[in-house]
Design a protein around this ligand. Structure first.
Ligand code: NDP
Length: 459
């Protein structure tokens, strides 16, 4: 049977664009459909604008710190409209580059939503046209969860709207204790808002190493974020021009904006996957094997829609592996182990590998090396911020299985450390490496003493 396309990609985000380009450049006839904007969450309403907002917010403390170094910076002000305008112009530019690169590779861009008719046929929803494809790649990403059981949820916003705020709210309540909640708490605080973070657990950033979690939690509070734990929102109501959030613990907080950052869900609803025999799990994520192949052999899925490790570079690598396997005669599975992760909290987090708890569970005996210190720069600024560095070592062969950093430039540092960890470096390899002085990162190669918990120390 002759198909309209060799490959039809649904979603022009990080994964979809990479797969489309590689397949098209290998000679396949490719179309990619996008219902919103080329570039997807990362470029349009995720990583990129978020990082610009982090940069914008950091100038607040940088200006204060400058005084410690002799700079006179009186009357510094922040112009939100100017910043937003510049940021969105840059997003437009990047989105344009993605579209141009796609076209240059030979892929066709279809700017509308598509849904499955059957396993080889897709309907273009706006135009009503149907197209057929030999292979289909689902790369639709995810979208923010807005819990319907919270009364008045429509008064709240998601991270999508945070990139279009007309002004910095005087007071914002953020629900959640994950990546997005912690990142926006820092951004909003840095830009001058009063921030209240409401988390249902004890310490933010579940899933991260306990020392990292405590460090970030304490730094949030030290920076002036009010953190309410063991509480969830029950209802949101308008109250005298503000929004009143009633919490499960009986408390209520009033704010100008309420941001829900309680996770993201795979974007599969309404796609008609059942008509194509594509199985999804209980969270709606497309079930795939190591080659990103779904339960229907010629339909594949990469990125957040598969809910494996929801990060842009992972989606790109899964997409690359798919294209290599299917179009370049080079069967490839992406290895999801030891992917470096950053949380752009303030100070930021950079981690790679296992947490201490995971390593103890898996290997039993582990050695821990860790330190907390005030960075040199702050000796003159007077800031009390602390850096955390922690190395988790498998005792039997001294292999470094986890590195955890909270502090300035942690994401930059961890990207380089991840190479060593991925190569299987041992603690002795770290020790053999000469320090670079003066730097924060030098602590990674000068940590000599194993950490012994106080309760195990001989008295
Ligand atoms: P996360 O899964 O990171 O965190 C969700 C948070 O919301 C958790 O603290 C969770 O609590 C809490 N929560 C979940 N359900 C409820 C509920 N019904 N009521 C109250 N609280 C609730 O999700 P995010 O939205 O922060 O981010 C989504 C994903 O996007 C991340 O997991 C990550 O993969 C990606 N991302 C990555 C970034 C980066 O790489 N820097 C930046 C931003 C996003 P609990 O801990 O108890 O489960």
């Amino acid at each position: 049977m002759a198909y309209d396309y060799d490959l039809f990609v649904i979603g022009a985000g990080s994964g979809g664009v990479r797969a489309s380009r590689l397949a098209a450049m290998s000679g396949a006839k490719v179309a990619v459909a996008e219902e919103y904007r080329t570039g997807g969450t990362c470029v349009v309403r995720g990583c990129i604008p978020k990082k610009y907002m982090v940069y914008a917010s950091e100038f607040g403390s940088a200006i204060t710190h400058a005084k410690g170094y002799g700079w006179n910076v009186e009357n510094a002000t922040y112009d939100h409209n100017l910043f937003m305008d510049r940021m969105h112009r840059e997003i437009d530019r990047l989105s344009g580059i993605y579209a141009r690169n796609l076209r240059n590779s030979g892929a066709e861009i279809i700017e509308e939503r598509v849904e499955f008719v059957d396993a080889h046929t897709l309907k273009l929803v706006m135009s009503g046209r149907t197209v057929t494809a030999k292979k289909i790649l689902i790369a639709t990403g995810g979208s923010p969860i807005m819990p319907r059981d919270v009364e008045g949820i429509d008064l709240a916003i998601s991270s999508n709207e945070m990139f279009h705020l007309d002004e910095i709210p005087e007071h914002i309540v953020i629900i959640g204790g994950g990546y997005i909640a912690v990142e926006f708490a820092g951004i909003m605080r840095g830009l001058g808002a009063r921030v209240c973070l409401v988390y249902r657990g004890e310490t933010v950033l579940r899933g991260f190493d306990d020392d990292v979690r405590t460090h970030v939690h304490d730094e949030l509070k030290r920076k002036g974020v009010r953190v309410i734990t063991h509480a969830s929102p029950k209802a949101i109501a308008k109250d005298d021009g503000k929004l009143k959030v009633t919490l499960s613990n009986g408390e209520s907080v009033t704010a100008d904006k309420v941001l829900f950052a309680v996770g993201r869900e795979p974007h599969t609803r309404g796609l008609g996957l059942e008509k194509a025999g594509v199985k999804v799990n209980d969270k709606g994520a497309v079930e795939v094997d190591g080659y990103s192949r779904s339960s229907t052999a010629h339909i594949f899925a990469v990125g957040d829609v598969t809910d494996r490790l929801n990060l842009t570079p992972v989606a790109i690598r899964e997409a690359q592996a798919f294209a290599q396997t299917e179009y370049m005669n080079l069967p490839t599975q992406f290895d999801h182990a030891d992917v470096p992760i950053a949380v752009f909290a303030q100070p930021p987090v950079g981690v790679v590998g296992m947490t201490e708890a995971e390593a103890r569970r898996q290997f039993g005996q582990v050695d821990i090396y860790k330190t907390r210190f005030r960075p040199m720069k702050d000796m003159l600024t007077g800031d009390e911020e602390r850096v955390l560095m922690k190395i988790v070592v498998r005792a039997e062969d001294e292999r470094v299985v986890g590195v955890h950093i909270v502090g300035p430039d942690a994401p930059e540092i961890i990207q380089a450390v991840a190479i060593a960890v991925k190569m299987g470096a041992t603690k002795a390899d770290f020790d053999r490496t000469c320090a670079l002085h003066p730097s924060i990162a030098e602590e990674l190669v000068t940590l000599r003493e194993k950490f012994v918990p106080p309760e195990l120390k001989p008295v």
